[in-house]
Every structure is written in C-alpha cells, then in structure tokens.
Design a protein. Structure first.
Length: 616
C-alpha cells in the first residue's frame, strides 16, 4: 500500500485463544484495535488492550460497523477513555449514522470521503457539505487542541493562531502515536468496504516502521551479557519463531520475525534455546489465500520457514558466529483439563503424533499421563479451546477419542516456612546408593511457580549432584501431598547435605530431594488453590435479581454493575469450578437473552469445607 509492505496478523477474539494474541503482539511493531460501534469496549477488547500495553505497542483505533442500528462513536470514545484510560485522538467523524452511514469526514485534510454502494471499493474525495462544516470545524479544533497538549511545535502555532498544514498535523500524530501518548481513532463499515483505504493510509502515516522501533535487546548465551541489534540488514541475524503450524504437504511451517540481519533460503542458523544448528529449507511470504516463495527475509519482515525440525514457539534463530537469545513470550497456564482415551487400536497408534503436533503449535495446550490411573490428560484455556483441539484431532489427524467431563486445574501450595531433610540410602551386593539433602521450603509470591536456590557453599554436596537435586524437586512439584495436584508458588533453598565418596550418584540425590520436598510440604501447612475467573454477565433488567442471586450462590464476588443500552452488566470474580454448564443456566433464567464472557484472573485458596470434598 503506497509502496509500503504491510505484514498483517489477524488474531481471534475469544479469550480461550489468548496465546494467539500474545505471540502476535510479541513480534508486531503496531496494531489496529478494532471496536464495534454498537458494543464498544467488550471484556476481551480490554484484555487485549492491556496485553498491547505490556509490549508498548503503538495503536490506531478503528470503530467498525458504523452502519448498524445503535452505532454510536461518541459512546465508544467515552468507553475507551473510562475503561482503558486511553487518550483518543478522533481524526474522522462519520458522515451519516446507522443505515444512512455513507462515509467519513477527514479532519486532517478537511475533506469528505464517501463510498459507492455495493461491492466495489471506489472512494470519492469531495468537499464537505455546508450542513456538516460547522461540526467538522468544531471537531478539527478539538483535534488541534489535543495535539497542542502534547506537541510543542503544534502548540506554538496553535497559540499564535497560525495555519497548521495537514503535513505538520500528520507528523505530530505520528510522533505521538509511536510514543504511545495518543491513539488516533477512525471509523467505517468494513463489510460494505467503507473506511478501508483511510485505515491503510493511517497505518502507513502513523504506525512505526521497523526503523522507528528501538534496537532489539537480547542476551549473549556465551557470556550472559545484554546485546543490542539494530533493525538493519547489515547486522548479524536475530529472528524469533513465534508460531508453528502443521502443513499437510510441507510439514512444519515456522513463522518468524526477523529483527536484524537477513535470513536466506538454504543457510544455516543457530537455535540458542536448543543449542543446535539447523538448515533453512524454503522461505515463504504468506498471503491470505496464497504463498509466495522468496529467497530472503530482511530485517523487519515476517515470513514462514520450511525445513526446521526441532523448533518451538519462542525460540531464537541467529548467526552461529554471533549468538543471541531474544525475550520469548508470556504463556498463560491452562485452567481446565479432560481425560481422553482412543476409541480404537488405530486411534491409539495415531494419538501420540496428533498430541505432539498440537503441542508444538499451541504452547497453552498441555498433555500429561496420570501416574496413578494411567489416563492421558489434556489441558487448555477453556472448554471452547479443548473442543477446537479435539475437532482438529479428528479433521487433521484422523484420531477419535472418548472424553471425560471437563475438570478444574487445581493447584497446591504451602502457607508456612519449614526445613526438611531427605536421605536416600540403599545397600545391595555391589555399589550402594547414598544421597542426603537439607532444604528450606517457603511460600513464594503468587504466580511465581517454583523457585530453586542453591546455597551450598562448604562443599557438603559436590556440584555435579546439584542437577540431580533440581530434577528431584521438579519431579516432586508435579504432584502435591493433599490431592496430587501440581505444586506452585514455593521457594526451595538447598542449604546443606552430605555425600559418600563411592555410593553417591545423581540419581540418589534426585530421590533424596523428592523425599525432602514431600516430607517438608506435609509440615508446611499445605493448601489447595483454584482458578478464579473474571466474569462479565449481560442480562435484561427484569432478570437482574435472579442472575445476581444465582451467581452469588456460586461463591462469586460482584465488583460492579452498569447499565448498557437496555441491559445490565454485572462484573465480578467467580471460581471456575462453579461455572460448568452456566451458559445453559443463564439462558433459561433470562429466556435466552442473557450472555456472559469469562477469562482467567488468578489462583486463590479454596475454602476449607470445599477442600475437604476435593481431598476425599
């Protein structure tokens, strides 16, 4: 568009597929945040906006569906300010509303842009009608006022009442958008091709090119020092694998973003996570409906690689002579799991490959085998997430399975600090086994998982046995002492122990660590945790009392209630374990007119009476 190559990644809107948003934001330089002119800021919009904030992504706001009944750009702008604390810069106003929406008035050029009806995309650039000029001038005045708040060059001309050219306005908007101080807002009705060209113009005019982004920073794995790489083809290669897809004809497709240097077909690259070299097979530029084979990906470009055999999402590819590890991406923990069992012997043969491929593609999809029951358990971000994965197993891999009811991914943790000792001593006819460790268990900050600290200083345990102790601790946290759920948020400090010159081994210290951890956890006031979900329920006013009564009976904590259109919106937190089948309950209570959205918030301790039921 206008001689610029724009790489676009579209992401799903459902909260269960949050990893798609997370990995896309990790590699993008800018984003177009699309909001509905009727619904405005919805719960998932809020979540995605916060994710983009975390990565400091410059954004343009596009208010779509301006032709729908109830479309109200003023209300959407107000919601953006109140719910997202966002400084919106409106650079267009709609020309007509709802079914009479014909186009937009460009407040920078002060021109009317209208589109012909039908499937064509012809845009007519014309004078603003007299009846709209007063509103347009008032809106332009507000635009310049907002720019003057942030930009000194505009402020000087604005205060001196000098003319400010469209080029000066665009330059100021670009500076402030790239620094995430303001967010330009446009509008349209994409289904009818109204407003599309100005959005593409805004991407070129206001969002950053790779050259506008600060140098990428990574860690040199050889010396652990931070290093910077400029977005230049002359720099050594640094690229991030952000998505793996399985192609029935090409095998693994690995999507990469090149941050510095260039990636050539047939070249060798170094994967710093796997510590191994791999050969680049073919390079593809992916279009919506076709693939274009290319010889090189340059700095700032996104493409797909065929031929990489041992790569996962988040791995760094670099020049073997100039190694660097780039920051990966945040992968949320699954909150729901089901047991699966292959239907036939043929399905049993295909299942391991299907699970392996799906895990490669989706880091939020986890699989494990229950050591007690032998069942295969798969876990994900929600019921829809698992439904889609099971459907893909049938469609893409020809594997059918029986499934159990969804179950909550509970966790275990500790509330007290204790010291614990573990000894593993075995004497057989030949060489024996000896491992002895002393550890301290302490509660860690929520969300930190497992933290292991080695404080052996006196040589009471030789260094070569420390990896075995770590393995033992990592194995011990997979099943807690209360109900066998994974253990989280525990700090383990290894401070003493002893060894035997002949009988000690890594495996003996691994067993000793498991014994010490499990014994310590029993004494450290263990407790169960459950996933708490952020929920938003929309219900007609007349059913509000029934809905509130029902949701509070599910141990929900109501945080806020608002009026939205003719409905009421209830916001709060609720345990996931109480919410299975809620869609059916809500529909029957509201005569099919209620709906809700839910996303993971945090883990919290389960009340003691409910813990007793789970531990039985």
């Amino acid at each position: 568009w206008r001689d610029c190559q724009i790489n676009i990644i579209d992401t799903p809107g459902h909260v269960d597929f949050t990893i798609e948003v997370e990995r896309s934001l990790r590699v993008l330089d800018g984003a177009v945040a699309v909001f509905c002119a009727v619904g405005g800021v919805q719960p998932q919009s809020e979540t995605v906006w916060r994710q983009a904030d975390r990565y400091h992504i410059p954004r343009i706001i596009y208010v779509n569906k301006m032709d729908r009944p109830g479309a109200d750009i003023v209300r959407v702008k107000k919601m953006l300010k109140e719910m997202l604390d966002t400084d919106v810069l409106q650079i267009q106003i709609p020309f007509g509303i709802e079914e009479n929406f014909k186009g937009v008035i460009d407040l920078i050029q002060m021109r009317l842009l209208v589109w012909e009806e039908g499937d064509n995309t012809n845009m007519l650039d014309t004078e603003i009608p007299e009846s709209f000029k007063k509103d347009a001038e008032k809106s332009r005045h507000l635009l310049l006022e907002k720019l003057a708040e942030y930009d000194e060059l505009i402020m000087e001309k604005y205060l001196a009442e000098e003319d400010i050219s469209p080029e000066e306005i665009k330059a100021a908007i670009r500076r402030l958008t790239i620094s995430c101080k303001i967010y330009p807002m446009l509008c349209g009705a994409s289904f009818k091709n109204k407003g599309v060209q100005p959005i593409l113009d805004a991407v070129v005019d206001f969002l950053p090119s790779p050259a506008d982004i600060p140098s990428i920073v990574g860690i040199n794995p050889d010396n652990e020092n931070y290093e910077e790489r400029l977005a230049s083809d002359d720099e050594p290669l640094a690229a991030l694998a952000f998505k793996i897809a399985t192609d029935p004809y090409a095998g693994n497709l690995c999507y990469v973003r090149v941050y510095s240097g260039h990636l050539d077909a047939g070249s060798f690259v170094y994967n710093t996570k796997k510590k191994e070299k791999e050969k680049i097979g073919r390079l593809l530029r992916m279009h919506a409906n076709k693939r274009e084979e290319i010889k090189r990906l340059c700095a700032g470009e996104i493409g797909a690689v065929i031929g990489l055999k041992n790569i996962l999402t988040g791995d760094t590819l670099c020049n073997p002579s100039y190694p660097i590890t780039l920051e990966s991406m945040h992968v949320p923990e699954p909150v729901i799991f089901i047991a699966i069992e292959p239907k036939t012997a043929k399905d049993e043969e295909k299942l391991p490959n299907a699970l392996k491929k799906l895990q490669q593609e989706d880091p939020t999809f986890k699989m494990r085998v229950d050591v007690d029951t032998g069942q295969t358990l798969i876990s994900g971000m929600g019921e829809l997430h698992l439904e889609i994965l099971l459907d893909r197993m049938v469609r893409e891999f020809g594997t059918e399975v029986h499934t159990s009811k969804p179950q909550v991914a509970y966790k275990e943790t500790i509330k007290s600090s204790v010291e614990s000792e573990g000894k593993y001593v075995r004497q057989t006819g030949g060489r024996g086994q000896y491992g002895h460790v002393e550890i301290r268990l302490e509660p860690a900050e929520p969300g930190t998982g497992l933290e292991f600290i080695d404080k052996i200083r006196s040589g009471s345990i030789p260094k070569e046995y420390i990896p075995g102790i770590k393995k033992g601790i990592n194995e011990a946290v997979t099943a807690g002492v209360l109900a066998g759920f994974p253990v989280v948020d525990v700090k383990v400090t290894l401070f003493d122990g002893s060894f035997h010159e002949v009988d000690s081994s890594e495996i003996a210290f691994k067993h000793a660590a498991i014994i010490a951890f499990r014994d310590g956890m029993k004494k450290a006031n263990p407790t169960l945790l459950e996933p708490i979900m952020k929920i938003e329920i929309t219900t007609p006013e007349e059913h509000l009392g029934d809905v509130i009564g029902d949701i509070t009976s599910k141990r929900a904590h109501i945080l806020d209630m608002q009026a939205r259109g003719g409905a009421r919106v209830i916001k709060g937190h609720v345990p996931l374990g109480e919410m299975f089948g809620y869609a059916t309950t809500l529909r029957s209570m509201t005569q099919g007119r209620g709906n809700y959205t839910m996303e993971f918030s945090n883990y919290a301790e389960i009340p003691k009476n409910i813990q007793k039921e789970l531990i039985k």
